[in-house]
Design a protein around this ligand. Sequence first.
Ligand code: NAG
Ligand code: NAG
Ligand code: NAG
Ligand code: NAG
Ligand code: NAG
Ligand code: NAG
Ligand code: NAG
Ligand code: NAG
Ligand code: NAG
Length: 575
Amino acid sequence: MAFSGHLRWWILGAAMVAMLCTGAGAIDIFMEWHVAFDATAMPLTLDQPVITINGMFPGPLINATTNDFVHVNVYNDLDEPLLFTWNGIQQRLNSWQDGVSGTNCPILPGTNWTYVFQTKDQIGTFFYFPSINFQKAAGGYGAIRVNNRVVISVPFPKPEAEYDLLIGDWYYDSYKFIRSTMRNPLVAYPGVPDTILMNGKGPYGHPLSISHESFNVTKGKIYRFRISNVGNAFSLNFRIQNHSMMIVETEGSYTNQIIVDSLDVHVGQSYSVLVTANQDEADYYMVATPKMFRVHDSSSLVGVGVLHYSNSLTQVGGPLPAGPDPFNWGFTMNQARSIRWNLTAGAARPNPQGTFNVSNVTLAETFVLQNSVEEIEGSARYVVNNVSYYTLNTPLKLADYFLNGSGIYQLNAFPTRSVNRDAACGVSVVSGIHKGWLEIVFKNNLDAMDSWHLDGFGFYVVGFGLGNWDEGARAGYNLHNPVVRSTTQVYPGGWTAVYVFLDNPGMWNLRSQHLMNWYLGEELHIRVHDPDPNPAKEQPPPDNLLLCGIFGESGAPTGSPPPAPAPAPAPWSWW
Ligand SMILES: *[C@@H]1O[C@H](CO)[C@@H](O)[C@H](O)[C@H]1NC(C)=O
Ligand SMILES: *[C@@H]1O[C@H](CO)[C@@H](O)[C@H](O)[C@H]1NC(C)=O
Ligand SMILES: *[C@@H]1O[C@H](CO)[C@@H](O)[C@H](O)[C@H]1NC(C)=O
Ligand SMILES: *[C@@H]1O[C@H](CO)[C@@H](O)[C@H](O)[C@H]1NC(C)=O
Ligand SMILES: *[C@@H]1O[C@H](CO)[C@@H](O)[C@H](O)[C@H]1NC(C)=O
Ligand SMILES: *[C@@H]1O[C@H](CO)[C@@H](O)[C@H](O)[C@H]1NC(C)=O
Ligand SMILES: *[C@@H]1O[C@H](CO)[C@@H](O)[C@H](O)[C@H]1NC(C)=O
Ligand SMILES: *[C@@H]1O[C@H](CO)[C@@H](O)[C@H](O)[C@H]1NC(C)=O
Ligand SMILES: *[C@@H]1O[C@H](CO)[C@@H](O)[C@H](O)[C@H]1NC(C)=O
């Protein structure tokens, strides 16, 4: 006893020293990722390779703390170009590391490239994924945690353990096949996803599953689950048999702590929930089912995992826990509206989050963005205000840096408050007023869920509604404690309003998180320009900047503007 007591004291002492050292400042985290398309970690007994990182699917956890520097050296062992984006990591003053087609040249097959980014002033739950070529449908995603610095208290007791839980829909078809079907006139891939994976594993008990996901808990303890919807198309309702969940965080904001029996997680969103293991020592189902789509318990479209109590001798059994009706608007809207910012909690900084509230802001700009599907040059394309984003092979950020954008894109040609009479492709880049408040109203004209994401910022989600939006809707906004997050859902036939404070200069991607919508053009970029050349205002390009497009692969920019983009859509172009 005495010895173990002494030993424990020594270990605690060592841990304290380590905490004091690392707590004092940000650290550098180095990762080497070998990215392959292979059969090492298949979720199902289908002959279906997946995108793995170091042989893993999902890829490795990035476990950082506020202000750390993360270095990820990516070796592209795929047979096509690759980029990773860090969903929700704001890349402060540094859109060079954002990893989307508008900011970065792709990492070519057989080469490597090192991202270096800082988790500046952030905390929370996020994930990364491959951003081009429809590759996300093949995996390549993984969890990101940004932990609080030790000097800043977290607004709930330290859980016994934290678990990452990536849930998402999955196609039995290969991503390359799905991509190829989108060349066809007027038929974007017609299929719905086939199943729901949990951490890259098939549903418990499903004949195609090689294994299922399971989490160990001890009775009486509290666990933090960091849940992200990494899928392509389905919003998911998540629940655990006989257990409620306390929502505590979403995409970097501490929320008012509310207790729910089930949680809607839309494509691209992340949440932390606390689960208390307060039931009999047994095994319990964890379930994720699609919203806006009806399934039976035995459907392959029900993701099923297991919550396993350490002394349990009882296997899961009985019916799966029932969730809300997937078409129940009342449930879904009420829950969405009840997820609010905790104004008194500190987050990355000691100041309470509420210090940064929007109750008194003056709007500098308003965008009203409507999605739909239109035929353009004989192909089905997703459009925003009747413009379908045309991906150039010269990143906009490079064009901006070397040529002030000239000749590559026409700033503000995109209609931010109206819908063009005719659908067409375009390189949509709009100016955001530096340090201005932007209101964006997303209108969803489709009969499916949508979700929108902006890189570089958080959205203050001030309102949801059904039907049309007009300025009168502002009277119903929640300006008191809107939650701040990077991805917001937009209900079919409805609208979502957000505020954004454009204090982060750069070229920022605004996109549908639904993979097909994005791939087929539901995207634009917001250029936030600070005319002050002081490099402290926006970082210069990194030393390892890749060049491509009109800037070639090896030297300085040629300076010659490219031919105007062809009007025909090219959804099958490599990226
Ligand atoms: C993540 O980092 C935190 C803070 O350094 C540490 O306490 C924790 O054990 C790490 N978790 C994992 C899974 O590496
Ligand atoms: C590629 O990896 C090597 C180490 O193997 C590293 O020295 C080099 O900086 C990497 N290249 C880029 C462009 O990041
Ligand atoms: C969970 O518990 C089971 C047995 O109860 C054990 O076999 C397994 O290794 C545990 N898993 C982890 C991750 O601790
Ligand atoms: C879950 O709770 C119900 C009553 O609400 C009970 O009948 C059932 O046995 C419980 N399931 C488990 C696995 O404990
Ligand atoms: C907000 O956070 C504080 C800690 O700053 C916590 O004590 C309080 O319970 C939280 N409020 C709600 C409504 O969750
Ligand atoms: C919002 O912030 C202002 C100034 O920062 C403060 O005076 C006001 O009380 C805050 N409002 C709320 C609802 O916290
Ligand atoms: C709030 O707005 C009023 C005018 O509407 C202004 O006088 C006041 O300074 C603002 N307060 C803050 C904290 O911005
Ligand atoms: C760069 O572009 C911006 C916006 O298009 C314009 O206001 C500015 O004058 C341009 N600067 C130069 C040096 O051409
Ligand atoms: C968008 O363009 C199509 C033709 O390409 C047209 O039929 C449609 O009415 C336009 N949408 C709106 C809202 O004007």
